[in-house]
Design a protein around this ligand. Structure first.
Ligand code: PLP
Length: 276
């Protein structure tokens, strides 16, 4: 694999050369938060929004993150690479314990880690498995604790799917690594935010873009059954953009290929998201 540029505790190096302690609380407790910041033609997409969400995640778990350091390192990673389209993965952990202990020491040095990766932003299509949302009660925090997501996504993978749609108490929450939109009765709909959903930057950018283009969006609690009557369903994330779902493994559906409203959404989204 090509060299991946990375930074750990202020030192820029190839990802291969970075070494972390097994007593990092990121490793023992998932006591860490992260962001994935896309860039296209060398320009970060939703930069301020990603940094603001990192700050909110840090506040939620009481890590005193140095925003100016994060901002500087994310920019340096983007500038360091010889490709124009990609993303920066950036993670902040509480630090390294002297010995594993649930109760953290307030004086430990915060760990900052990031790398930059090329990414093509090609259109992707997904087949999904509908499953029970077994995650914890604070999915609004962008924590690295993603065991439930990986369990469910790997179960889905064994059934030939590449994403999941989760529901809690019968209400749609989100996908394993994306938010969900759908068209029902000719209206664009998306689950409204609460503690069970990550407030996706691409989700909020989509809503703004659609509204600016005269397309209303209904944000509400939606029963999972409604998806069987949706004419289009798509996922949003920083690396997927707007990605269509073409099939659902375990739910009868009526997703159609051609949909004028979806086409209008996608055109408006691509133009604005990628600044075309
Ligand atoms: N929901 C989950 C669980 C995610 O992991 C992600 C992205 O990784 C998203 C939603 C989409 O968030 P964003 O648009 O900020 O990338």
């Amino acid at each position: 694999m090509d060299q991946i540029n990375a930074v750990y505790q202020g030192n820029f190096d190839s990802l291969d050369n970075i070494q972390v302690s097994p007593l990092s609380r990121a490793y023992t407790f998932s006591d860490s938060i992260y962001e994935v910041i896309p860039f296209f033609r060398g320009v970060a997409i939703g930069y301020n929004e990603h940094l603001a969400r990192l700050q909110r995640s840090a506040n939620a778990i009481d890590i005193d993150v140095d925003q100016s350091l994060v901002s500087k390192e994310v920019s340096q990673l983007i500038e360091s690479c010889d490709y124009e389209n990609g993303y920066v993965y950036y993670q902040v952990s509480r630090g390294v314990d002297q010995i594993r202990n649930h109760i953290y020491n307030n004086n430990i040095e915060i760990e900052y880690f990031g790398y930059v990766k090329n990414h093509g932003f090609e259109d992707q299509k997904f087949k999904v498995l509908v499953c029970d949302d077994i995650r914890w009660g604070r999915c609004d925090i962008k924590s690295t604790s993603l065991l439930a997501n990986t369990m469910m996504m790997n179960q889905a993978h064994q059934k030939g799917c590449n994403e999941i749609i989760m529901h809690k108490f019968g209400y749609i929450t989100e996908a394993g690594a994306s938010n969900i939109f759908f068209i029902y009765k000719d209206k664009v709909c998306t689950p409204k935010l609460n503690n069970n959903i990550l407030p996706g930057i691409t989700r909020s950018m989509s809503i703004d873009i659609f509204k600016k283009n005269g397309i209303g969006v209904i944000e509400d609690d939606f029963s999972i059954d409604i998806l069987s009557q949706a004419s289009k369903i798509w996922l949003t994330s920083s690396t997927k953009g707007m990605a269509e779902i073409y099939d659902i493994d375990n739910l009868k559906h009526c997703i159609s290929n051609e949909n004028a409203l979806f086409k209008k959404c996608k055109l408006a989204f691509n133009k604005s998201f990628f600044n075309l």
